[in-house]
Design a protein around this ligand. Structure first.
Ligand SMILES: CC(=O)SCCNC(=O)CCNC(=O)[C@H](O)C(C)(C)COP(=O)(O)OP(=O)(O)OC[C@H]1O[C@@H](n2cnc3c(N)ncnc32)[C@H](O)[C@@H]1OP(=O)(O)O
Ligand SMILES: CC(C)C(=O)C(=O)O
Length: 508
């Protein structure tokens, strides 16, 4: 039989210690309900002595969230413990979590207590908590920097006085995985009482090793892992719940343990926590970052499109994401582009598709991400194949709120390169007049419209113009990340259509 690991979620307690985060009772309840839906084993709802608001929040969670154990934190003193119980007492599964520091630094400078006094306070705290509930967790704060013999005595005292969960925190994220795994192993060996209780770990991420340390602890017999959604927590945060769970699930061959978490709720939980705490998730964050299941480079895209497991070690569906993402950009290749064309419903002859691919690559050089709208726009331009009697080679505009707009354009016309300049009512009018001069024509702009056809600051602008020449109206369309270029291209496109009706001849 495989060992079952308890997932103890501390998003609402240590997670709330993230600088800048404060959750009210309603927000804590919403997150707690989602954590229960995700089937975590324990929800640490808060630290009731901290404030009236946190007391109310823990009480609200305790009274309304069914399923997981609801824990509340308390220092090793009667008032904290009584207050924690007052907040928890209506829960169907209440746990008091009491703690005291055990390292020489913390005992001397912070608590100003001798080791014997700490032992005494721990024993009293656990006893008092036990008078309220059978489920009592005891933590030795800064355990990883404590004297081993003292830590063994402290844990032994806590269990003898009724603790049912013993937690070993790496409070300042100082341990390495080898050291921390060894600490768990040695404690289990030296403190026989630990056989009767849940052995828990609580790792901080100051050196970026919280998850690795927690997993090393699991390898060495820990049966509960304390963690927070999105890795929230004091300073650099706690071990990230989603990383712990997915590591245990994905590498079951290594850890050989089970968890009760419904992993398909991970993504939704992460989003909810991010939006209620206001702490944004970095795109390359493991499991829940926007890029965790996105593929941008051609070789990877080709691999994933042929067989997902080439570059995906877990499925996006397993964390509740509908699908992976093929991001089209300058590093993408033909396979991914053709695949997207098919998804968009285009079945182009190979030659056309390759032409579109070239245009896509040109655009991708100017733009971070090429969206579906960009591709639609590229194809829209390409399908209407107008002979290019004139081509815009170059333009330069100068304008400002205190100066007259001037535009210089270089146009290739019937094989010849012509440069002209003009002033105008704004940069676009000046550019259109300069193009007219270069072509030796006169036409009237009847209509002009512009819209963004994709999102973001680097959105493509699509300009549509209606131009009147010799009594006929021609529509032109231009597309670029630069709106003046889009405007000039639309105008040139309309002119080329007008020349096409005249057998490709430019006449006024
Ligand atoms: C490692 C962790 O994450 S522990 C949890 C940390 N979380 C928090 O601190 C958030 C909530 N905290 C608070 O709201 C406040 O700090 C309170 C309400 C707990 C205490 O506030 P105050 O009474 O104003 O004390 P303050 O925070 O300044 O100092 C902490 C006091 O608790 C004592 N203390 C710290 N840990 C413990 C402990 N585990 N058991 C007993 N006493 C403790 C300190 O020695 C200090 O005592 P002193 O006032 O006699 O010098
Ligand atoms: C209270 C304990 C578990 C803690 O948060 C820590 O040591 O980091």
């Amino acid at each position: 039989m495989t060992r079952r690991i308890w997932i103890f979620d501390t998003t609402l307690r240590d997670g709330e210690q993230t600088p800048g985060v404060a959750l009210n009772a309603r927000e804590k309840l919403e997150i707690a309900k989602q954590l229960a839906k995700m089937k975590v084993d324990v929800i640490e709802a808060g630290f009731p002595i901290a404030s009236k608001g946190d007391f109310e929040a823990v009480k609200t969670v305790a009274e309304n969230v069914k399923g997981p154990v609801i824990a509340a934190l308390a220092r090793a003193n009667p008032k904290d413990i009584d207050t924690a119980w007052e907040a928890l007492k209506n829960s169907e599964n209440p746990r008091i979590h009491t703690f005291i520091a055990s390292s020489p630094i913390h005992m001397k400078y912070k608590l100003k207590m001798t080791p014997e006094e700490v032992l005494e306070a721990a024993a009293e705290a656990v006893k008092r908590a036990k008078s309220f509930t059978s489920d009592v967790e005891f933590s030795a704060e800064d355990a990883s920097r404590s004297d081993l013999e003292f830590l063994c005595r402290l844990f032994s005292v806590a269990v003898k006085n009724g603790a049912t969960v013993i937690n070993i925190p790496d409070t300042v994220g100082y341990s390495t995985p080898e050291e921390f795994g060894e600490l768990v192993r040695v404690l289990r060996e030296k403190v026989p009482e630990l056989d009767r209780v849940v052995v828990s770990v609580h790792c901080h991420n100051d050196l970026g090793m919280a998850v690795a340390n927690s997993l090393a602890a699991v390898k060495n017999g820990a049966t509960q892992v304390e963690c927070a959604v999105n890795g929230l927590g004091e300073r650099a945060g706690n071990a990230a719940l989603e990383e712990i769970v997915m590591a245990l699930v994905t590498r079951k061959d290594v850890y050989q343990v089970d968890v009760g978490v419904d992993t398909r709720q991970i993504y939704r939980t992460s989003k909810l926590v991010s939006s209620l705490t206001g702490i944004f998730i970095q795109p390359n964050k493991a499991i829940v970052g926007a890029n965790a299941f996105a593929h941008e480079s051609g070789i990877h895209q080709h691999g994933v499109l042929s067989e997902r497991s080439t570059y995906e070690i877990m499925t996006p569906e397993s964390i509740g994401l509908p699908s992976n993402r093929i991001v089209l950009g300058k590093l993408s290749g033909r396979h991914a582009f053709m695949h997207r064309l098919k998804e968009l419903g285009y079945d182009l002859p190979e030659e056309e598709a390759l032409k579109a691919f070239e245009r896509f690559k040109d655009l991708a050089d100017k733009k971070k991400e090429v969206t579906d709208e960009d591709i639609e726009a590229i194809l829209g331009e390409q399908v209407v194949n107008i002979p290019k009697v004139i081509e815009l080679e170059y333009f330069l505009v100068s304008c400002g709120n205190q100066s007259i707009a001037t535009s210089t354009v270089r146009v290739k016309k019937e094989g010849k390169v012509i440069e002209e300049a003009s002033t105008g009512d704004g940069p676009i009018d000046a550019t259109y007049k300069a193009i007219d001069r270069a072509c030796g024509i006169n036409c009237r702009l009847m209509d002009y419209s512009i819209k963004a056809v994709s999102g973001g600051k680097d959105a493509m602008g699509e300009v549509v113009v209606k131009v009147e020449r010799n009594g006929k109206i021609f529509t032109g369309r231009g597309l670029s990340t630069d709106i003046i270029e889009a405007s000039a291209l639309a105008y040139v496109n309309a002119l080329n259509k007008s020349f096409a009706t005249n057998g490709g001849v430019i006449s006024n």
